[in-house]
Write a protein that binds this ligand. Structure first.
Ligand SMILES: Nc1ncnc2c1ncn2[C@@H]1O[C@H](COP(=O)(O)OP(=O)(O)OP(=O)(O)O)[C@@H](O)[C@H]1O
Ligand SMILES: [Mg+2]
Length: 250
């Protein structure tokens, strides 16, 4: 199954943030979207997840055209995103924050939240599993506000993962992570795709992108200027000139 974006245009007043962008992203694969600041990467994630409706173009997932669906409906359909800006869960514990993510998957249990501990068991199980997978097992009881910046980025992934998506859209999950934690995140992303979940990754950490991606899309000034396998993208002259610079030239 795959997400297909066809000829997406997005205009904000006079700004053309996306210009006829088409691409596909498959479940079980990791597709990265890279490009300079302001290239339109976050806007493209917003269009796919229903947070913004495109000026023109179509988004489909399997047989469903989802272009004008609302975000909650798209999420229930299995496409879940994280945000570039760290989400604020403040006073909640890490476990409670991820339980909210798990609730998106089991909406019937929302009312059960008030029925005591037994009804919360399935939510708790899903949440603990997601926290463990994200390497946050020891932070279960820690207040979100007390987590390090890097841990908060990982928590965002755990919240999204707990809703058991079919496609996970991640906006710069490695920002603020040191190389060790970024490497751990890479392993996590690979284990997620191994489970059959698709990932669309927006990221500036090129070491991470090049090591985990099955396929790479390059945006520049709202246009797709290249797509292909990581090894080919890192050698692409237009991509090197626009974004990668000489350091990644093979
Ligand atoms: N809601 C909005 N209203 C007006 N302009 C917007 C809006 N969202 C994005 N833009 C503009 O669209 C362009 C693309 O922005 P976008 O945030 O998608 O870039 P990006 O590739 O995610 O950049 P970065 O790497 O810095 O996160 C920019 O020129 C931005 O100023
Ligand atoms: Mg962005």
């Amino acid at each position: 199954m795959w997400i297909s974006a066809e000829k997406i245009d997005m205009e904000f007043g006079g700004v053309r943030a996306l210009k006829s962008v088409s691409f596909q992203a498959h479940t079980g694969k990791l597709t990265s979207i890279i490009g300079p600041n302001g290239a339109g990467k976050s806007t493209l994630l917003s269009v796919i997840s229903g947070f913004q409706h495109p000026t023109r173009g179509l988004v489909s997932f399997g047989n469903d055209v989802i272009t004008n669906w609302k975000p909650y409906r798209i999420a229930r359909h299995g496409i879940v995103r994280t945000f570039q800006k760290t989400e604020v869960f403040g006073e909640l514990s890490a476990l409670e924050a991820v339980e909210i993510g798990a609730m998106r998957r089991r909406p019937a249990t929302l009312s059960h939240m008030f029925d005591g501990r037994r009804a919360r068991e399935p939510l708790r199980r899903d949440a603990l599993e997601a926290l463990e997978l994200c390497g946050l097992a020891r932070q279960v009881g820690v207040r979100c506000a007390e987590l390090s910046y890097g841990e908060q980025r990982l928590l965002g992934v755990a919240v999204a993962l707990a809703s058991q998506p079919r496609m996970l859209l991640l906006d710069e999950p490695a920002s603020g992570l040191n190389q060790v934690d970024a490497h751990r995140l890479g392993k996590l992303l690979t284990s997620i795709t191994d489970q059959g979940i698709g990932i669309i990754l927006v990221e500036h950490n090129m070491q991470l992108v090049m090591s985990v991606s099955n396929y790479v899309i390059v945006l520049h000034h709202g246009e797709k200027i290249a797509e292909g396998l990581p090894a080919d993208i890192s050698r692409d002259r237009a991509v090197i000139d626009a974004y990668l610079g000489a350091e990644y030239a093979a």
